[in-house]
Design a binder for this molecule. Structure first.
Ligand SMILES: Cc1cc2nc3c(=O)[nH]c(=O)nc-3n(C[C@H](O)[C@H](O)[C@H](O)COP(=O)(O)OP(=O)(O)OC[C@H]3O[C@@H](n4cnc5c(N)ncnc54)[C@H](O)[C@@H]3O)c2cc1C
Length: 388
């Protein structure tokens, strides 16, 4: 049983780190405060060829697995950009998975190449205000017309909608009550996000402000047949394919974020003198930090195991969900402890840990909440009745 990173993984880590290290605290805190998308970072990662890490090689990607993407994203969030930096890239890695697997050759060429080059930016329109986590209750409706569909509905939390020119959009094409199963009757599109026709309204939020999130209003918007992914009515099943990679990547991004916060806390503990000694000399400061390391490390390897299973084509739902849960918790605890270790300075923006702390709670909520993960494990692993 191999549980080490390979030399290839280390090369990915080192290559990504070289780019990540060019973007310092000042860059990220300015982008956070001014709510500006980090175009320069996005371009640097595209130029380095990293945006296509999981995309097919014949389209210009690297054709690597989720394990390699996890190594990359862990390195990204361990740097100064935390979760802002991950969210700049995240959708490229798992979002277009449905296009990779179910798109036709013309769609792959047209949709994926510009994503890999970084010339297109896509957002993900799944969540709706009235459906919440109950995705089968979405009501955004695509009505078939000549040559395409006319779509009306409302999405919420569409991240990076302000800077994206494309949207992966989940719609209903048959009302839920007319379907044999609630998961039937949904159709997936990857199409233009034409902001002269679709209103994308920024939502003021707690953190991760370099990457916007939005309420998206779609009113009688025409989408051509050519932009429908796969068959009509199967959209939900296509989206399911990307769920485990998404859980794995969000989990590992959380671990990187927590590690970044822990590194800052340890550094401060070794430099700050109170009562004539470094605060890090006190076990009351050391032990919680050591505990954070322990949780982060165990989350890391749970997630890497999930990635390894996924890449070998084995079932990994329980591990991917558990990894996302552990990563989110471990990151939140580490970021909270990093603020506490800095004392009053933890509350100032100067030491950055408050920024990471605000990001860390998001990883417990999105893209899937802790309750839903636990319900999944209770049902699928422990054989308890489905509770939702
Ligand atoms: C910053 C941010 C960015 C996001 N970006 C995107 C994006 O780009 N695209 C996109 O589509 N979505 C996005 N989301 C949406 C995100 O995936 C959802 O917010 C998340 O899935 C939770 O859904 P909800 O907010 O509707 O919670 P709700 O469904 O309203 O649930 C509220 C609470 O009740 C709990 N709950 C509900 N039902 C049960 C039950 N049966 N048992 C136990 N607990 C239950 C939930 O776990 C949760 O804690 C984003 C969200 C945020 C905050």
């Amino acid at each position: 049983m191999e549980i080490e990173l390979s030399p290839e993984h280390e090369a990915i880590r080192d290559g990504v780190k070289k780019i990540v290290d060019r973007f310092d605290d000042e860059y990220w805190s300015t982008h956070e405060e001014e709510k500006k998308f980090p175009f320069e970072f996005h371009k640097a990662m595209a130029d380095g060829g990293w945006l296509g890490i999981t995309m097919p090689e014949d389209l210009g990607g690297a054709g690597l697995g989720v394990t390699e993407a996890a190594v990359m994203m862990h390195t990204v969030t361990s740097g100064c950009g935390g979760y802002n930096s991950a969210s700049t890239l995240h959708l490229n890695l798992f979002g277009p998975h449905a296009v990779v697997v179910f798109g036709n050759p013309e769609q792959k060429e047209r949709m994926l190449k510009p994503l890999i080059a970084g010339t297109d930016r896509a957002c993900f329109g799944v969540t709706e205000p009235d459906a919440g986590l109950d995705t089968t209750s979405i009501t955004t409706f695509a009505t078939k017309v000549d040559g395409g569909y006319r779509v009306t509905g409302r999405k919420i939390w569409t991240s990076s909608g302000q800077v994206a020119n494309k949207i992966l959009l989940l719609t209903r094409t048959t009302p839920k009550e007319q379907c044999r199963k609630p998961t039937d009757g949904m159709t997936l599109f990857y199409t233009d996000l034409d902001k002269s026709r679709i209103e994308v309204r920024r939502i003021p939020k707690m953190g991760r402000n370099a990457v916007d999130s939005n309420a998206t209003f779609i009113d009688d918007y025409f989408i051509p047949d050519a932009d429908r992914i796969g068959e009509e009515g199967k959209g939900f099943h296509y989206i399911l394919h990307s769920l485990n990679p998404e859980r794995i990547l969000v989990g590992i991004e959380a671990v990187g974020l927590g590690r970044g916060a822990l590194a800052r806390a340890s550094k401060y503990a070794g430099e700050r003198k109170v009562f004539g000694r470094f605060i890090g000399e006190n076990q009351g400061i050391q032990h919680p930090l050591a505990e954070n390391w322990t949780y982060l490390e165990s989350a890391y390897w749970m997630i890497m195991r999930a990635a390894n299973l996924y890449d070998r084509g084995l079932p990994c739902g329980a591990e991917a969900n558990a990894g996302k849960f552990l990563g989110g918790r471990a990151a939140f605890e580490a970021c909270t402890r990093a603020v506490m270790t800095h004392g009053g300075m933890g509350y100032s923006t100067e030491y950055q840990v408050e920024r990471l702390f605000r990001e860390s709670i998001l990883l417990r909520i999105a893209p899937i909440t802790e309750q839903m993960i636990l319900s999944f494990i209770a049902e699928k692993v422990l054989d308890l009745p489905k509770s939702y």
